[in-house]
Every structure is written in structure tokens, then in C-alpha cells.
Design a protein around this ligand. Structure first.
Ligand code: NAG
Ligand code: NAG
Ligand code: NAG
Ligand code: NAG
Ligand code: NAG
Length: 597
């Protein structure tokens, strides 16, 4: 009480309260803030009813991380919604000479069903209450995974009191749960190697923004970084012996992610994008690896980018090797889901396979769609053999592209990346569960130009109008230009015009970052804070209770969160001049705060 009086005397109480309110990100589904004024937070003791050793360990580690972050950072919100005149929001110097008589001293957690495993669809909901009268913070969750989210919320709302102590606005009542069970980002370690510590850094950002799926695109045609039990020779096609992942490395990533509520879904891209690694087992299982990728005539191209190589769909031994590789990785990756690729099959590649060309000659009515169907018929049973809980995920191309198979089982999850709403509409109408990764909205690598050398299209002296001469199209010159800003990501209404039945097939969304031009140096600044905009979109949506886009409201929240990520060691990009953080909405394009509908 004394506390709020002192603040009131400083005349900054209102500013303090609204300063607190930019936190947390993602915005909870339901949050009510009181105006009784902040209360001091002492060294919090943590209590939980949970008894099982393993889950208790996960909870205690998570609590210690959250509390460690609170006390180490002594966070002062870096962007506020407070009026310019009252900034900075925190009393400094004279003022809070004494701590409040009353303070919050403990966190009490109850978990209804602590044994539930971290798998797709797990209940991630929680409630969190802070009241001065109770003297404690009460958290209730159905599973420990919901409790972890409660901690990342709490750590963002307990902030510095400006005097070396901590405080939290109160009363606070939060009821929170995600809109979608699948909220992901995709790391590509095939085009450039990403070290384990940098992967863990992405997981830190994910946990803070409540993203829960790390889709790990392990290999690609260019390299094979994973050590395999059955075929140790595959890592001869890693970029170097050091640029590899041992089984222990992969297990470390999975364990680190799990303890932060993040699932790791592995992807081995097959049968396209396959040369490195596979060719070390038997060159004959890879078609066209030694072809020139484009032949300088695009009609004869063998791959969409160098280097070429696709698994030979007709050669029997392919399936033996696929089975062994898949089983080795299934032993390491604990998630029920496994992504088996299936994007961008290039017909031109198979002109280099005698197995495939003879198969076509045997029956001239055969098409590339039949060939894709052959893959589905022979590979999917192998993928299913991993057990009854196995769920297979593929890129949409296998069901929706010129070379699509005729009949792809409906229980395979489709990751949609082309044609925005059109493909989402198509796949959900056909009954597929869909993860939205529309490249026009969610591809984080776009807009930095293409990576190919010897490219006359970049010679602006001879091609003065790049937008005309550039076959990639669009400002920023890459096939998926322009660069996707956080606002474009956040504003994506990917369920537009879907029926209720179709909308139920949307499992969530994922932002991929293809790594042709990304490695350890820039991966974090490419993902963050843009992935956090996706985090909020799929956690609590992009509209307020009146149905209005809250993009502008997100501004101060994401500006603050970017600073918070950096403070937590996640090297996120700056979004605006610091002036804008300190002068809320001074940097908006329109003064009209409802310009975005
Ligand atoms: C490939 O496998 C199939 C089915 O197992 C078998 O019928 C066929 O004879 C095999 N082909 C060759 C060339 O070994
Ligand atoms: C593949 O070979 C066939 C038969 O020789 C030819 O008609 C076709 O143009 C070739 N396709 C490509 C993409 O090279
Ligand atoms: C999906 O797209 C394919 C290919 O364009 C088309 O043949 C099919 O009719 C579409 N299905 C639906 C339900 O929209
Ligand atoms: C949604 O449907 C309406 C009515 O058919 C149509 O006018 C609108 O263009 C559609 N929106 C999108 C984004 O496709
Ligand atoms: C603000 O923008 C909204 C949406 O474009 C518009 O309806 C409204 O008239 C604008 N308000 C003012 C004061 O211009």
C-alpha cells in the first residue's frame, strides 16, 4: 500500500502500469490487469504438488531458469505504451526508499495431469493469478508443458522497480491457451551448417515466444551432416568432419528443446533434394547427381538449384537404404512426427536414370504423376513401420503440384508453401490436415536476392530495369521476394474463406528459414524477432476482442520483446530506431490508429 502511495506521489503510477502492460509476448488469450499498483516481489519460493521425479525435474529446472532470468535481467520494459511526457516509466533516484510492507513471496503451482508427454496436441493451457492479498502467485496448468508457458509469461511481467528490487503489477488474472497446437519454425542445416549452440539459441527464442515445434530440415542435396549408425560413410558428404551432428548432438538438441516445451520434428527430404550422403551408400540410388543442374536451358533443368540429385524411385535398393536411414533417425528423434520431404520433384533429373527411363518405356502411358505415386506406394509403408503413433508430414507438392501423386493418404500432414490461400483452400477441402507455411507470408529467407553466381540478371548496366529483366520478379529479386516484415507475417489471415470444417484442418503455422545464404552469423537475426510475430499470431491471434487487427498494438510489444530476446542472448534484429521504442507510435505510418483493418 505504501508502495503504491509512493508511486502515486511520484505521479508515475499510471505510466508504470501501462509500461508493464506491453508485456508479455505473445499476448495472453485473456488478461485482466488491476490498478491497485505494483507490489514488490521478494525472493520467490517455488512450490508444486507434483511428485514424479522426472516431471518435477523439468518444472524445477524451468522455474530456476525463469527466476534466474528475472533476477539477472531486472527487466525494465524497453518500449512502452506510456505517453511520451511520462517517459521513462520508472521512478529513479528519490522516491522508493522503502520496500512495500507487503510483498509476494512464493509461487504455487498445481498441475492436473503431470505425466502427459510432450507430443502434438498436448494441453498447453494455464492460469496465472497475482494478488497482493494472497501474498503468492498461483499457477494452474493441466500439464507441465502449460506450466512452462506460465513461467515464460511470469518472467516477462515481473520487472525492475528501479531501485534494485522487483515488482509486478497486480492484481493480474491470466487465462491462457494457444489457438493452434502447431507453432513452428524451420531450421535448414543442409545448405549451410548451423552449430548446436546456435540451434539452442533459436530454441531459447522459441520458448520465450511460446513456439513449440522446431522443424529440423537436417540435410539437403548439398550436404549430409548427420552421423548414421547403419551408414557411417554418409558424413563424407558433410561440409567437413567438424560440420556434423553426432547422435549425441541430436539428442542434446531434442532434450534441450523438450525441457523448454519445444518438440523437434526431423526432416529428411526425399526423394527430391537428395544427393549428398545417399550417394556414398550407393551412387545408383541417386539420379542425375552428376548432371549440370540447368543445362543453361531451363526446360532441361535437373534441379531447382545446384546441386542436382534425387532418389531413384524405381531402383529397388533405394527403399532398403531409405528404410535404414529412417529407422536410425527414428531411434534418435523422440517425436511421434517425422517429416519426409517430398517437395520439388524435377522430371528432368530422371532422364539420367536408366531404371526410370526403362520403366517409362515399359508402359508409354506412364506419367510423372505415376512415378510420384510409385514413391508414395513404396515409401509410405516404410515410414508407417515406425509404429502406430507415427504421423508423417510432407510438403504439399506430393498432393498438389504438376508432378503430384494421384492418391496420397489423407492422414499425411501437408505443409503448404505455394499460392497462399488457394492451396490452403484446396488441401483442407480435400480433407488434409495442414501446417501453413505460405512462402508469400512466412518464408523468412526471401528478398535478399538470389544466391547464384555468373548471373547476368544482376548486371544492372546491361539490364537497367531489373524488375523487367529479372525472371524472379518483384523488388528484392528472389523467387519469393520481398522480405517478409513482422507486420506482413502478423497480418496473415490464413483461414480466410475456409468453412468451419476446413478451418479445423489447420493445425497451425510454421516459418521456414532456408539457409542458402544463412549460417551461424545471421540465423538469429533472420529468425528474430519476426518469428515472434508468428508466435503471437498462432498463440492468441492478430485481432482484439472487437475483431479488429491489433498490429499497431503489437508494435510496442514486439519492440520490447526484441530487446528482451537480445538480453536473453538471442541475437534479434533491430526493427526501428530506438527513438520509436521510447516514443510510442511516433513512428507509425498513419496517425490514425485503426488504419489497419
Ligand atoms: C524389386 O522388388 C520387387 C518387389 O520386392 C520385385 O518384385 C522385383 O523383382 C525387384 N526388382 C529387381 C530388379 O530386383
Ligand atoms: C527427357 O527425355 C525425353 C526422351 O528422350 C525427352 O523427350 C524429354 O525432353 C527429356 N526431358 C527433359 C526434361 O530433359
Ligand atoms: C485442387 O487442385 C487441383 C489441381 O489444381 C484440382 O485439380 C482440384 O480440383 C482442386 N481440388 C479442390 C477441392 O479444390
Ligand atoms: C473471400 O470470399 C469472398 C466472397 O466470395 C471474395 O470476395 C474474396 O475475394 C475472398 N477473399 C480472398 C482473400 O480470397
Ligand atoms: C481511420 O481508419 C479507418 C480504417 O481505414 C477509417 O475507417 C476511419 O475513418 C479513419 N479515421 C479517421 C479519423 O480518419
Amino acid at each position: 500500500m505504501k508502495f503504491s502511495m509512493v508511486l502515486g506521489a511520484l505521479g508515475t503510477l499510471a505510466a508504470t502500469v501501462s509500461a508493464v502492460k506491453v508485456n508479455p509476448l505473445p499476448a495472453p488469450r485473456k488478461i485482466t490487469w488491476g490498478s491497485s499498483g505494483p507490489i514488490a516481489v521478494s525472493e520467490l519460493s517455488f512450490r508444486t504438488t507434483e511428485g514424479n521425479d522426472h516431471t518435477r525435474g523439468v518444472l524445477i529446472d524451468a522455474w530456476q531458469r525463469a527466476w534466474g532470468t528475472i533476477t539477472n535481467l531486472q527487466w525494465v520494459p524497453a518500449a512502452t505504451e506510456a505517453p511520451i511526457a511520462t517517459y521513462p516509466p520508472f521512478p529513479t533516484g528519490a522516491g522508493l526508499t522503502k520496500r512495500a510492507a507487503k510483498s509476494i513471496q512464493s509461487v504455487q503451482l498445481t498441475v492436473a495431469d503431470p505425466k502427459v508427454d510432450l507430443q502434438h496436441g498436448v494441453d498447453e493451457s494455464y492460469t496465472l493469478d497475482v494478488t497482493a492479498t494472497a501474498g503468492s502467485i498461483k499457477i494452474h496448468a493441466h500439464t507441465i508443458w502449460g506450466a512452462l508457458h506460465a513461467f515464460t509469461t511470469l518472467q516477462q511481467i515481473v520487472i525492475s522497480d528501479g531501485k534494485g528490487g522487483l515488482m509486478v503489477e497486480q492484481p493480474v488474472h491470466i487465462e491462457d491457451a494457444p489457438l493452434y497446437p502447431y507453432r513452428g519454425i524451420m531450421v535448414d542445416t543442409g545448405r549451410n551448417f548451423i552449430t548446436v549452440p546456435k540451434i539452442l539459441e533459436q530454441i531459447d527464442g522459441m520458448a520465450l515466444s511460446k513456439l513449440n515445434v522446431l522443424h529440423w530440415h537436417l540435410d539437403d542435396a548439398q550436404s549430409w551432416p548427420m552421423h548414421m549408425k547403419t551408414y557411417p560413410q554418409m558424413t563424407k558428404d558433410a561440409f567437413s568432419p567438424r560440420e556434423t551432428y553426432t547422435a549425441a548432438d541430436m539428442r542434446d538438441v531434442i532434450a534441450y528443446a523438450r525441457s523448454r516445451g519445444v518438440r523437434v520434428i526431423p526432416e529428411v527430404d526425399m526423394p527430391g533434394h537428395s544427393a549428398s550422403g545417399w550417394q556414398q551408400v550407393d551412387p545408383e540410388i541417386v539420379a542425375c547427381a552428376n548432371s549440370w543442374w540447368s543445362n543453361d536451358v531451363y526446360e532441361y533443368h535437373t534441379s531447382v538449384e545446384p546441386n542436382p540429385g534425387q532418389l531413384d524411385i524405381i531402383y529397388n535398393k533405394t527403399y532398403e537404404v531409405v528404410r535404414n536411414v529412417y529407422n536410425d533417425l527414428s531411434d534418435i528423434f523422440t517425436d511421434n512426427w517425422f517429416h519426409t520431404g517430398a517437395d520439388e520433384l524435377q522430371p528432368g533429373c530422371y532422364n539420367f536414370s536408366t531404371h526410370v527411363t526403362e520403366w517409362f518405356l515399359e508402359d508409354p502411358s506412364r506419367t510423372y504423376n505415376d512415378l510420384a505415386q510409385y514413391w508414395v506406394d513404396h515409401a509410405v509403408p516404410i515410414f508407417r513401420d515406425a509404429g502406430e503413433n507415427r504421423r508423417i508430414m510432407m510438403w504439399e507438392d506430393i498432393a498438389l503440384s504438376t508432378e503430384a501423386a494421384h492418391d496420397v493418404p489423407k492422414d499425411i500432414v501437408m505443409q503448404s508453401w505455394n499460392n497462399g490461400l488457394t492451396n490452403i483452400q484446396n488441401l483442407t477441402a480435400r480433407g488434409y490436415d495442414v501446417v501453413v507455411s505460405s512462402s508469400d507470408f512466412l518464408y523468412l529467407d526471401c528478398g535478399r536476392g538470389g544466391f547464384l553466381g555468373n548471373d547476368p540478371r544482376y548486371d544492372v548496366m546491361s539490364n537497367p530495369d531489373a524488375s523487367v529483366n529479372f525472371n524472379y520478379g518483384g523488388n528484392g529479386g528472389s523467387w519469393c521476394a520481398p522480405y517478409k516484415t513482422w507486420q506482413r507475417i502478423y497480418d496473415y489471415d490464413f483461414t480466410t474463406n475456409l468453412t468451419d470444417t476446413q478451418a479445423k484442418h489447420i493445425l497451425g503455422a510454421e516459418a521456414p528459414l532456408w539457409s542458402e545464404q544463412v549460417d551461424d552469423v545471421t540465423i538469429s537475426s533472420e529468425f528474430w524477432p519476426r518469428a515472434a510475430a508468428l508466435g503471437e499470431l498462432v498463440w492468441s491471434g492478430n485481432r482484439d476482442s472487437a475483431g479488429r487487427k491489433r498490429t499497431t498494438e503489437l508494435t510496442q510489444r514486439i519492440l520490447n520483446f526484441r530487446e528482451y530476446l537480445v538480453a536473453n542472448g538471442v541475437m534479434a534484429s533491430a526493427l526501428q530506431p530506438k527513438y520509436c521504442l521510447q516514443h510510442p507510435h511516433a513512428c507509425d505510418f498513419y496517425y490514425n490508429q485503426t488504419a489497419i483493418v
